[in-house]
Design a protein. Structure first.
Length: 404
């Protein structure tokens, strides 16, 4: 099952583009689900159908071959996640938890995000679809959402053994005396279950059936943000396989005939053409889909199908995704680890070695990479970013791995 996520800056047309892509695919015979991870109910508005409101949570058939789903507010999960969150924070407060873990803990995610990911997982694993189109929230939230499965698995793996250890070694009375709260069975079970499910979600999101498409408008501020988004998504191991430029004004000069086009339109046309050039340069190698600014809001399946038909430069919705993920190569001196980081600048990049982990930071985004066994016995010798690739050189650590 193919999964395509649409993200981009607020208001650029993510929901419209996701819905139009879904309608277009469905009408071409691809059994499609379009779902929104955004709490705002705009997907139903764009399709012109009610998606069941707050209580539903089940896909609604929009027309044959096309269903839509609005994630319902995760009341139940919200409650139990808060219990776990509170518990983890109370443990943190009372026992001497490793400051590294404490730091990661401050990034504990929210319940809505977990609920959205679990819903995506269940639709991908048991839904009857060929294609799942996901309308995501604006960029920052989407990045948080997509980075979550790996980050959460990280927290849980470190905290659970500690908790089990606590339960075993501290008798309740001793624990109470020491002021350490004990997790009840419900906490441990909930956390173990999520840990397994988060691993599934991560596998789905970084598999060769999932890609992200960036929606943007041809304005400099929006393009700049989209460039950073591409880098951040790559950091977390996600593949961007197309860029959609939305709201491109029709060319005034071409329409005006013998008349002089109005200056306002002509000025926007010129600015947008420059923006398009910048998009093609920035995202060289990716298909660029250009969507016209329609004279009215495309609401309803027919209008969305027209919008999709008016797009220039299509991007296929079913072919598998080519991943260029993290690779490790052996060299004469040691190893080189390579991670694609398109458009990254050395100045924004941070690397920190922490035992068997490498923490890679780009701007405010970071990823904790667990090093493969061979690299754990090496020290970092240097790093560079060139041609969209981060290369980290490792050499054997003389202390643990003497030269033969
Ligand atoms: N190509 C277009 N032509 C005309 N109207 C458009 C076009 N694309 C989007 N719109 C309209 O612009 C508005 C915002 O679009 P949309 O809701 O898809 O943006 P969004 O990126 O999902 O916003 P949010 O960040 O709030 O989720 C809607 O009213 C939509 O109908
Ligand atoms: Mg939206």
């Amino acid at each position: 099952m193919r999964v395509i996520l649409f993200t981009g800056k607020g208001g650029v047309g993510k929901t419209t583009t996701a819905a139009a892509t879904a309608v277009h695919a469905a009408r071409a015979g691809v059994k499609t689900l379009v779902m929104s991870t955004d709490a705002a109910h705009s997907l139903g508005d764009a399709l012109g159908v009610g998606l069941g409101g707050a209580s539903s949570g089940a896909p609604v058939e929009v027309e044959p071959g096309l269903s839509a789903l609005q994630i319902s507010p995760p009341h139940l999960l919200g409650e139990s996640w808060r219990v776990v969150q509170d518990y983890l924070l109370s443990v943190l407060d009372t026992v001497g938890i490793d400051p590294v873990v404490a730091e990661e803990l401050t990034r504990l995610p929210g319940a809505e995000e977990i609920a959205a990911l679990l819903e995506l997982r269940s639709q991908v694993e048991s839904g009857p679809w060929d294609l799942v189109v996901v309308d995501c929230a604006p960029t920052a939230e989407t990045l948080r959402l997509l980075a979550l499965p790996e980050a959460l698995a990280w927290h849980l793996e470190r905290l659970l053994p500690a908790q089990r250890g606590l339960i075993r070694t501290l008798r309740p009375a001793a624990a109470a005396a020491a002021g350490v709260p004990l997790p009840d069975v419900a906490v441990v079970e909930a956390v173990t279950g999520w840990q397994r499910q988060m691993r599934d979600v991560h596998r789905i999101l970084t598999g060769d059936q999932t890609s992200v498409r960036l929606v943007l408008t041809p304005e400099r501020v929006v393009i700049a943000e989209s460039r950073r988004t591409w880098t951040s998504l790559s950091l977390y191991g996600f593949v961007v396989d197309a860029v959609v430029v939305n709201r491109v004004f029709p060319d005034a000069a071409a329409e005006a005939g013998p008349h002089t086009p109005d200056a306002w339109r002509a000025s926007w046309n010129a600015a947008q053409q420059e923006g398009l050039v910048e998009v093609r340069e920035s995202f060289a190698g990716l298909p660029v889909v250009v969507t016209p600014y329609l004279p009215s809001e495309p609401i309803g399946a027919d209008a969305l199908a027209d919008l999709a038909a008016a797009q220039e430069g299509g991007a296929d919705v079913l072919s598998p995704v080519t991943h260029r993920g993290l690779t490790v190569e052996q060299t004469d001196e040691g190893f080189v680890m390579t991670l694609p980081l398109p458009l990254a600048h050395a100045a924004d990049l941070g690397l920190q070695r922490r035992d068997d982990e490498l923490v890679v930071t780009v701007g405010e985004h970071r990823r904790v990479l667990t090093l493969p066994a061979a690299l754990q016995r090496c020290v970092v010798e240097g790093a560079s970013v060139r041609d969209g690739l981060l290369r980290v050189r490792f050499v054997p650590d003389e202390e643990v791995w003497p030269r033969g």
